[in-house]
Design a protein around this ligand. Structure first.
Ligand SMILES: [Ca+2]
Length: 335
């Protein structure tokens, strides 16, 4: 209750006026009153207790006290990262990985050894005709003459020498008219220049195949067929003639100068390797011929420095006996 609303009420009470409503009191106040002073009245009864007084002054500041422990504060911010710890122990061996990619190609290896020789090539074309050769060998023995008149005697001598006096035909292994042994008969007449080959009855010694032991007689080089041509049967005479043109001494010269009681120098020649093989087969292996147990020169040249020969002691031919060496020679005669 503020003072403005209290004042009119108190005034009315002091005046002994029956308070009306507050609004009517304000209406009484607003009228200019007429005060009539009466006798003093009796003492009034004790009034009600007064209103509560204003608040007092603020007291002095108290002593400092120690408060109770407050509640736990919130969690602080995260601290800085700590130092790196020590390395851990080695882990277990892992599983085998997959196969890696193929590596680069390796370096080229060293050159391998030389291969074996290839097969001989085909025979080449025939060469041009050669120059005219040396004079040929002495011709065959003439035909047997007619039989003479019958003798008056009672008996006649029978010669075992073939071709002599027409008394018998020559066969392999028989004595020939030159004093040696027949070792080839041209039964099929394959050779126009002769029908028989006869080996000389004994050996001839020769210091070399040819005094020129470093040059090829058949130059510049022989084809395969030409090689066989100078090795075959029937080639000894031509080979010897070629050697005589190139050699002033040697096996061909020795054979060419050989003679017997019934033959002269020039009748005999140095056999080809093919003829020497027949001589070995048909005479030595039959146990005849008087050959020595060693090699014999042939007239078949192999290289500039070597010639073919037949090793009678080993029953085989060889191509590489040095021309400068010394081997026996057995002459041959064709007729
Ligand atoms: Ca013939």
């Amino acid at each position: 209750m503020n003072k403005a609303s209290i004042k009119p009420l108190a005034v009315a009470m002091l005046l002994g006026v029956t308070p009306l409503t507050i609004s009517s009191a304000y209406a009484v106040v607003a009228v200019d009153p007429i005060i009539i002073k009466g006798d003093k009245g009796d003492s009034g009864t004790k009034g009600d207790s007064g209103l509560k007084g204003d608040s007092g002054f603020k007291g002095d500041k108290g002593d400092s006290g120690i408060g109770l422990t407050g509640p736990q504060g919130p969690a602080g911010p995260a601290g800085p990262i700590g130092a790196t710890g020590p390395a851990g122990p080695t882990g277990l061996t892992g599983a085998t990985g997959s196969i890696g990619p193929m590596g680069p190609q390796g370096f080229t290896g060293a050159t391998g050894p030389a291969g074996t020789n290839g097969v001989d090539g085909a025979t080449g074309p025939a060469g041009p005709a050669g120059s005219t050769g040396p004079a040929g060998a002495k011709g065959d023995t003439g035909a047997v003459g007619p039989a003479g008149p019958a003798g008056s005697g009672s008996s006649f001598s029978y010669s075992m020498t073939c071709g002599a006096n027409g008394t018998s035909a020559c066969k392999i292994g028989t004595k020939g008219p030159g004093g040696g042994w027949i070792f080839f008969v041209d039964y099929n007449d394959q050779f126009s220049g002769f029908d028989y080959l006869e080996a000389a009855p004994d050996n001839i010694s020769s210091p070399s195949w040819c005094n020129n032991s470093s040059s090829s007689i058949y130059s510049p080089g022989l084809t395969v067929s030409e090689y066989w041509a100078i090795r075959g049967v029937g080639k000894g005479r031509a080979n010897t003639n070629a050697m005589l043109l190139a050699c002033s001494s040697g096996a061909a010269n020795q054979a060419n100068s050989y003679s017997t009681a019934t033959t002269v120098a020039g009748d005999w020649f140095l056999p080809s390797i093919g003829e020497l093989m027949l001589m070995h087969t048909n005479l030595l292996q039959a146990g005849i011929g008087g050959f020595t147990n060693e090699g014999y020169y042939s007239s078949s040249e192999d290289t500039a420095t070597a010639a073919w020969y037949f090793a009678f002691n080993y029953n085989v031919t060889y191509s590489n006996y040095a021309k400068s060496g010394g081997l026996p020679v057995r002459g041959v005669r064709a007729f």
